[in-house]
Design a protein around this ligand. Structure first.
Ligand code: SF4
Length: 346
């Protein structure tokens, strides 16, 4: 399916099969070649339209097909979004992601979405959106409004995909990614592990991502959160945390220039597992919020972990050299009043 062949399935599986410590060592070496070892990029995620999604992704509480008790919310007004973005900025976040549970955005919503992008961008935050599938015109309009990143995950391997989603195809997803790329927007795309897939599928997902014409700048790796009411809620599949860490490490090696993001499922991970994920090359996470509708670790425990590990926050927006501003942002993140964080869950 991929248009270029930087990595083969066999090579990817060989990485997965390496002794754990050898794999971690290699991933850490690759990581240090391209990134500062102790820096993590921090994003805040806001659900701007919640629930009632027409798609049937079996892990997702926002699908209208499952009864998860989630209360649907219409598309937020501009001022609500601006206020959440302001709080994220004050709290030290550098990127503001706005997510809507849609199959695709309606044309009638485009002007408001463009205003959101412009408003958040004007605050000095990087902008990211996840709105489902985009057509060419929508991608171009969002790019013109100043959208920096678009998130659209491949979820899993092409072979396993139909076990998880039937209402949109793998090709649909690749098509949206290519429209986003053509419009000049950076790509955020990854997947979920723990869905019942095997190592062949985890390798297959990473092969697809790494072999995109240009690999995604940001690669979120999610651990399944079993949400009551979704078809996967009672699944007996259990993914050993070491397998999750391996997935991070292989992603780091196969996409050396990408930010690998520790995403959903962090709530269930202990500090040691998270530390090994950073060791394996994860260098991006969501902070101080809930991941759309599933819990994310409390800000205080994040702050404590950052301190224990000596992790600093990467500041793209101040990277032009204002060291004082960087220090101020780090301090804001580590000491700020946590009540300022926006809780993205309804
Ligand atoms: S993952 Fe996205 S597209 Fe799928 S059901 Fe949830 S909100 Fe809809």
């Amino acid at each position: 399916m991929s248009t270029s062949q930087r990595w083969t399935q066999v090579q990817a599986e060989a990485l997965f099969n390496k002794p754990f410590l050898d794999l971690l060592f290699e991933a850490q070496q690759v990581h240090r070649k391209h990134f500062k070892a102790s820096e993590v990029q921090v994003s805040t995620l806001l659900s701007i339209k919640t629930g009632s999604c027409a798609e049937d992704c079996k892990y997702c509480p926002q699908s209208a097909r499952y009864n998860t008790g989630l209360e649907s919310e219409r598309l937020m007004q501009l001022e609500q979004v601006m206020s959440a973005a302001r709080k994220a900025l004050e709290a030290g976040s550098t990127r503001f992601c706005m997510g809507a549970a849609w199959k695709n955005p309606h044309e009638r919503d485009m002007p408001l979405l463009e205003e959101m992008v412009k408003g958040v961008k004007n605050m000095g935050l990087e902008t990211c959106m996840t709105l489902g599938m985009l057509n060419e015109n929508q991608a171009q309009r969002l790019a013109a409004a100043g959208l920096d990143f678009y998130n659209h995950n491949l979820d899993t391997s092409p072979e396993f995909y139909s076990n998880i989603v039937t209402t949109r195809t793998y090709e649909d997803r690749l098509d949206t990614l290519s429209k986003v790329r053509e419009a000049g927007i950076k790509v955020c795309s990854g997947g979920i592990v723990g869905l019942g897939e095997d190592v062949h599928d985890r390798a297959g997902l990473l092969v697809e991502l790494a072999n995109l014409p240009t690999p995604p700048e940001s690669v979120p790796i999610n651990m399944l959160v079993k949400v009551k009411g979704t078809p996967l809620a009672d699944s007996e599949n259990y993914l050993d945390p070491f397998e999750f860490i391996r997935t991070i490490a292989v992603a780091r090696i196969m996409m050396p220039y990408s930010h690998v993001r520790l995403s959903a499922g962090r709530e269930q991970m202990n500090e040691q597992t998270q530390a090994l994920c950073f060791m394996a090359g994860a260098n991006s996470l969501f902070y101080g919020c809930k991941l759309l509708t599933t819990p994310n670790p409390a800000e205080d425990s994040d702050k404590a972990l950052f301190r224990k590990l000596g992790i600093n926050i990467e500041h793209n927006i101040s990277s032009q050299g204002d060291i004082a501003q960087e220090a101020q942002l780090t301090e804001a993140l580590l000491t700020s009043d946590t009540s300022h964080y926006y809780n993205a869950a309804p």
